[in-house]
Design a binder for this molecule. Structure first.
Ligand code: FMN
Length: 186
């Protein structure tokens, strides 16, 4: 790698860690209503137990719903759903029933539906919660992992066949370039 000159970054610090794969969290809320929220601050955490963490703002209705019912589905939607994803992230479930915007179908292991047409779905239960500033980092234990038939193998998605929304900033989403860059064997 060439050494370049670095200048102090004046934007929000996390912007340089984007674009990020975006999940849609489906949760069950007081009264039994279902809510949806996109979240790009997510990451796998451990393999054993299988866990995925998502940072959820304490002001989000999803936080209240996860406190009420500590199960969720984490849905990876196709890039074509970018408009829908942005809409789901622009209004709170406190103000409207967002579940009407998508087709939901039952999950197998957790009592929270999944989004029909998702490319991948994690059925998950809250395993640990870590309070950090304005968010709660929800560490979910993955109960089951599903992928749409024919679009993923053991190495992940086939990006020649499908693409996923990587959230940049604001309304900007990116696609994955389907041409891999293979590192040389050391
Ligand atoms: C693409 C995208 C990614 C987002 N990622 C997160 C995130 O990781 N954590 C978070 O707390 N909010 C995130 N948001 C904002 C929430 O989705 C937004 O505040 C939403 O309205 C919360 O919904 P709720 O109040 O119904 O739970 C994101 C929004 C968008 C559009």
């Amino acid at each position: 790698m060439e050494s370049g000159s670095l200048v102090k970054y004046e934007g929000k610090f996390y912007r340089l860690l984007h674009p990020r794969p975006t999940l849609v969290i489906v949760s069950k809320c007081p009264g039994g209503r279902v809510n949806l929220m996109p979240a790009s601050w997510n990451t796998p955490v451990s393999e054993d137990p299988p866990t995925v963490a998502v940072a959820v703002d304490k002001s989000a209705y999803t936080h209240e719903c996860l406190q009420y019912h500590k199960r969720a589905t984490l849905n990876v939607l196709p890039i074509d759903a970018a408009d829908l994803i942005y809409r789901l992230g622009s209004v709170s479930g406190r103000e409207m029933d967002k579940s009407a915007a998508v087709k939901l179908e039952p999950s197998q292991y957790v009592d929270v539906p999944r989004v029909a047409g998702a490319l991948a779905v994690y059925e998950a239960e809250v395993y640990k919660e870590v309070e950090v500033g304005e968010v709660v980092l929800y560490i979910f234990r993955v109960v089951a992992t599903w992928a749409a038939a024919g679009v993923a193998d053991q190495w992940g998605f086939d990006f020649k066949k499908v693409n996923i929304p990587l959230h940049g900033a604001g309304r900007a989403f990116y696609k994955v370039d389907p041409r891999p860059v293979f590192a040389k064997k050391p």
